[in-house]
Structure formats: C-alpha cells, structure tokens
Design a protein around this ligand. Structure first.
Ligand SMILES: Cc1cc2nc3c(=O)[nH]c(=O)nc-3n(C[C@H](O)[C@H](O)[C@H](O)COP(=O)(O)O)c2cc1C
Length: 377
C-alpha cells in the first residue's frame, strides 16, 4: 500500500480501534517527558524493537516494512557494513564539531528528518510533537505533504528550520498551490519526491488488511478532494515545480548517476539519494552503495543528502566520507515520537549525533570537513 492509497475515509474496525486506543494510552504514558525521552533504549535498533511491542501490529508494519521480499530493506543496513573505518591516531583531537551548513541553513548536526507520513498514527501530537523535539536538538525537519497537520500549522509552531516534501499532483493548479503555500509559510526548500509515481508492493499492509485510521487524515489536501499523485513524472515536472516559487527544489529518490547529473543540469539545488526506505522498488541497491557514483556525477556542484537504513553514528560517518553533505532518517523519528513524544524525537537525534561525535573522535577527525574517503577501507 502506498502512502497515498491510504484513504482517510477508510476506517478500522471497532475492535482494532479499541485496541489502538488501549495501546495508544500505554504509548502516550511514556510521553510525559523527563530527562530521557527513550527510557530503557540504548540505540535505534532497540528503539524499533520497543516500539514493535507498543503500537498495533498494522501500524508498526506499515512503518517498518518494505516492498516485495524486503531485500532492499535488508540491503539498506548491510551496505554500511561493507565499508570499514580506518582510524588515525596521534591526531590530537580533543573536541569534535558536528555543525554544518546546508543550503543556507546552519545546522547543529548533519542528520536531518526525512519526510514521513504517519506521525498521527503513533502519537496524538503528530507533527507538532516531532517539531518540538527537533527544535530542541536543532534539527532540520522535512514535512511530508501527507502530514496529519497542515503545513501552515506546523510552520506556525516550528522554531527550527523546515523543508516541504511534495508529491506532485495530477492537477498542476493543486501542485502550484501547495508549493506557494509552503513558500508563504516560510519553508526553505521543496523536496520533490520522484521515486513513487506508483505504489510499491508492500505486502505487510495487504496481509494485515491495513487501512487508514482517522488519525492519518491528510490535512494539506482537505480542500483538494484527496490526493491524486502524478503517475509519470518527467524532467519537465522538475522545471515546472521550480517555476512555482523561488524556493530551491531538491529531487528525492535519485539513484542513477545520469539522473543526478541531469537534475543538476536542470537546476536541482541538491540531490537526495534514496530508495524511499525500501518501500518502493525492491531489488534496488542501497543509497550508500550508489553514493560514490552519484557523487562523481554531481562533482561537488550541489550538496548530496542520503537516506535509508542510517541507524548508527558510524553509518553517518561513512556516508559523509563518501560525499554526502547530510543524511536523513525516517522510521527512527516516528519510533522516537511513539515512545517518548517530543522528548523521544529529540533523544533520537541526540543519541545518533552523540554516536557520530564519538566515532569522529575515535577515528581522529575533528570536523565534518575532515571526514574524507581516506577514512574508509
Ligand atoms: C512510514 C513512512 C512514511 C513515509 N512517507 C513518505 C512521504 O510521505 N514522502 C516521502 O518522500 N517519503 C516518505 N517516506 C520515505 C522517507 O522519507 C525516507 O526516504 C525513508 O524512511 C528513509 O529510510 P529509513 O526509514 O530507513 O531511515 C516514508 C517512509 C516511511 C517509513
């Protein structure tokens, strides 16, 4: 099931609804706050396992699963293990600096939040909880156009930087309106998702007969009569979306180096390498695997963002070493929100950034600019 095939008018059965309510009250009891937003959890793999036990199976599988045989889902993790870090010693590093600058935005960490629908599925505060947590950790949030809060309400509550993710709509007028609403609300870039013209084959959702609960209402489309994704994007669509505002446009879902090169030629402000968290085409390589060739094709002209399976500080380090300027995480944000609300989201980024700092120090690198290909075997 794709994100857009979830129609808000489909409701869950009473029993499932009741189960959801019960489990949610359990989940939300974790969200009261406190110094540790992720109690009893040491890392992002453990976080996923904790959340598996506290949200309904249909919702968990909707978030966690991938398409087809989930080969790519596994590959998104495995690929990082095929490169090793070669540390330098006597490097005199006593402090590391993980701050960076991305398309005019100062960031405390090179780890940003990927766009995901589903915030309302895991927590009553939905995107408001996420942005509260992200602002605490000074992290850039990419709002999915399929959010359960309107882009204007999110912008109004946000104190940190925001990008807006766009699924281009069949109706150009609706696409233009979305882009212009995002620009007016203060979003700093449009992230145009290009790898989801049609839905991936997500069998877990079929097996679970997962249908959209009311908490997944698609707030930005209230007056548009639903979501009608454009089914066959072409390069003209990149140029079209660029014309709708002055905002930089970042294609998300690039995997082929020639597509990356063409996107840069047409004015893409950055290249976001992604296989949509392995939810679309199974059998494709991980973003980390294609990073070196895409990096070659881009040749430093624009920044590269990478997502898919980033769960450890060393994954971030390896991606930056091979040319990414930033990495994004999707599922862990939803899991942090489910377990700890805003505190949980803040803690996800604190932990991952903390791991990155630790890896850098042990590898003998003091700044992100110092993480180069020679740091890897
Ligand atoms: C539950 C869920 C919903 C998603 N919704 C969107 C979306 O609305 N738009 C989009 O461009 N990508 C969406 N994605 C893909 C993410 O932006 C991102 O590419 C992916 O989650 C990264 O992989 P990771 O979850 O392993 O970190 C979604 C992913 C998940 C898991």
């Amino acid at each position: 099931m794709s994100e857009t095939r979830l129609q808000p008018e489909h409701s869950v059965s009473d029993a499932e609804q009741q189960q959801e309510t019960e489990i949610r009250s359990n989940v939300f009891s974790h969200s009261a706050g406190g110094p540790d937003g992720l109690p009893g959890v040491l890392n992002l793999a453990e976080l996923e396992e904790r959340v598996r036990g506290i949200i309904p199976k249909g919702a968990f599988d909707f978030i966690a699963s991938g398409a087809g045989d989930e080969w790519t889902l596994g590959e998104n993790r495995r690929a990082f293990t095929r490169r090793e870090i070669l540390p330098r010693v006597y490097a005199g590093v006593d402090q590391v600096d993980v701050s960076t600058h991305l398309l005019g935005i100062d960031l405390a960490t090179p780890i940003i939040a990927a766009p995901t629908m589903g915030h309302g599925l895991v927590h009553a505060d939905a995107e408001f909880g996420a942005i509260k947590g992200l602002a605490r950790a000074n992290v850039l949030f990419t709002l999915s156009c399929l959010s359960s809060r309107t882009l204007e309400d999110v912008a109004q509550q946000a104190t940190g930087p925001l990008w807006f993710q766009l699924y281009q709509q069949d109706d150009d007028g609706i696409t233009r309106e979305l882009v212009q609403r995002a620009a007016a609300a203060g979003y700093k870039a449009i992230v145009q998702t290009v790898d989801a013209d049609v839905a991936g084959n997500r069998e877990a959702n079929l097996r679970n007969q997962f249908t959209s609960p009311p908490s997944l209402a698609l707030a930005n489309f209230a007056s548009a009569g639903g979501v009608h994704r454009r089914k066959k994007l072409s390069w003209a669509d990149l140029e079209l979306v660029q014309k709708y505002s002055d905002l930089p446009v970042i294609p998300k879902g690039i995997q082929h180096p020639e597509d990356a090169a063409q996107a840069v030629r047409l004015g893409a402000a950055a290249i976001w390498i992604s296989n949509h968290g392995a939810r679309q085409l199974d059998g494709v390589p991980s973003a980390f695997t294609v990073l070196p060739t895409v990096h070659n094709a881009v040749a430093g002209r624009v920044p590269i963002i990478l997502d898919g399976g980033v769960r450890r500080g060393q994954d971030v380090f390896k991606a930056l070493a091979l040319g990414a300027s930033a990495v994004a995480i999707g599922r862990p944000v939803l899991y942090g929100l489910a377990l700890g609300g805003a505190d949980g989201v803040a803690e996800v980024f604190r932990r991952l950034t903390g791991e990155l700092s630790n890896v850098m120090q042990l590898a003998g690198v003091s700044s992100l600019a110092g993480i180069t290909p020679s740091a890897l075997l």
